[in-house]
Design a protein around this ligand. Structure first.
Ligand SMILES: Nc1nc2c(ncn2[C@@H]2O[C@H](COP(=O)(O)OP(=O)(O)OP(=O)(O)O)[C@@H](O)[C@H]2O)c(=O)[nH]1
Ligand SMILES: [Zn+2]
Length: 345
């Protein structure tokens, strides 16, 4: 799995038992490759008016398309990348074809998401180079949070609270290192105030006004420090799942689409990516490894509450975590409330 993910970022093909060789259109090094068929997502196919309604109902499910002529890389790229839609109207005609290897196809699209590239492949291209074999079972094994363990921990005085500690987690096959920040002294007598915070480079580090992540992070640490002041403690789980799991490059592609008028959910759909692809079972595993089974969860997102409960973490209380809007994130917050079920004013 690790090699397949890495390979896709490098532009190397993958091979699945029934699907055969699949070449990642965005990154491929085989610039001369051509193929009769492409594998894309239903949402992308719907944008190109190629998916039937049933397929389009699950936006990131796989769809295979065939053109009148074989696809070269220019044409395949125009199909794959919605950024080119305005300046590169597609030639066509293309038609959707049934896929006899649905689970391989879904695995390939999921691998593209994990690698942070566009979910689009040439199917059985004529020239591809050596492919990395991978299977749906490899993906399930890779996703299993049981392999996550504590790699190390250290005292980390932070501005909000000096007696804080950082715990860093690792999984053998995964380069992403999640961490937990324990604010104040952990004790069995208190139910901690816990925040699951997903990485947002633009909001957390650069002070982006397009989302609420930066202010939420600061406010969470301040609230945890106040807990610690009163004998309790807080735990911030910093999850390396940028852009709700689509990665920084694809999140910025989504931002470009948002500038064209699409909301945050529609933008992900146009890219052929799920609007929510985070894995909250990993967060539950981190809490367990810290010896925490009950939490007061700081969130507006009911999916986080449900996901932790599903993993048998008790939620003693959901603590609302809404922060003032600004002109740049108002629409994003409205969309979270109206389309993603967040409990926001
Ligand atoms: N794909 C995508 N991701 C975004 C966008 N804006 C912010 N994000 C990501 O959304 C995630 C927000 O994570 P959280 O604040 O932990 O969670 P939440 O679902 O907003 O729920 P709360 O706990 O109520 O804050 C981060 O990974 C951001 O990078 C966007 O427009 N598109
Ligand atoms: Zn953000």
């Amino acid at each position: 799995m690790a090699q397949a993910i890495d390979g896709l970022r490098h532009g190397w093909p993958i091979a699945l038992a029934k699907a055969g060789t699949l070449l990642p259109i965005e990154t491929t090094l085989a610039r001369e490759a051509t193929a009769d068929r492409l594998l894309i997502s239903a949402a992308r196919a719907a944008t190109l008016k190629l998916a039937n309604q049933l397929e389009a109902a699950v936006p990131h499910s796989p769809v295979m398309i065939r053109g009148a002529e074989p696809f070269d890389l220019d044409l395949a790229t125009a199909v794959a990348d919605p950024a080119l839609d305005l300046k590169h109207p597609l030639k066509g005609p293309f038609k959707a074809e049934p896929i006899a290897w649905e689970s391989d196809a879904a695995t390939a699209l999921e691998l593209a998401r994990i690698a942070g590239i566009l979910p689009a492949f040439m199917v059985a291209p004529d020239a591809a180079g050596e492919a990395q074999s991978v299977s749906p079972d490899d993906l399930s094994a890779w996703e299993d949070p049981a392999a996550l363990h504590i790699a190390t921990r250290a005292q980390l005085p932070i501005a909000a609270r000096e007696d804080s500690e950082i715990v860093v987690f690792r999984k053998p096959d995964d380069m992403r290192e999640h961490c937990a920040l324990i604010v104040g002294r952990q004790s069995a007598d208190a139910i901690p105030l816990v925040r699951l915070h997903s990485e947002c480079l633009t909001g957390d580090i650069l002070g982006s006004l397009k989302c609420d992540c930066g202010p939420q992070l600061d406010a969470a640490l301040a609230r945890m420090a106040a807990e610690a002041e009163n004998g309790g403690y807080g735990v911030l789980l910093y999850m390396r799942q940028e852009g709700r799991g689509i990665g920084l490059v694809n999140k910025m592609r989504a931002y470009r689409l948002q500038d064209q008028g699409f909301d945050t959910v529609e933008a992900n759909e146009r890219l052929g990516l799920p609007d929510e692809s985070r894995d909250f079972t990993t967060a539950a595993r981190m809490l367990r490894l810290l010896g925490i089974g009950e939490v007061r969860l700081l969130t507006n997102n009911t999916r986080k509450v449900a996901a932790l409960e599903e993993e048998k973490i008790s939620i003693a209380e959901r603590v609302a975590h809404a922060l003032p809007a600004n002109p740049f994130n108002q629409r994003y917050l409205d969309t979270k409330r109206d389309r993603a079920g967040h409990l926001l004013p």
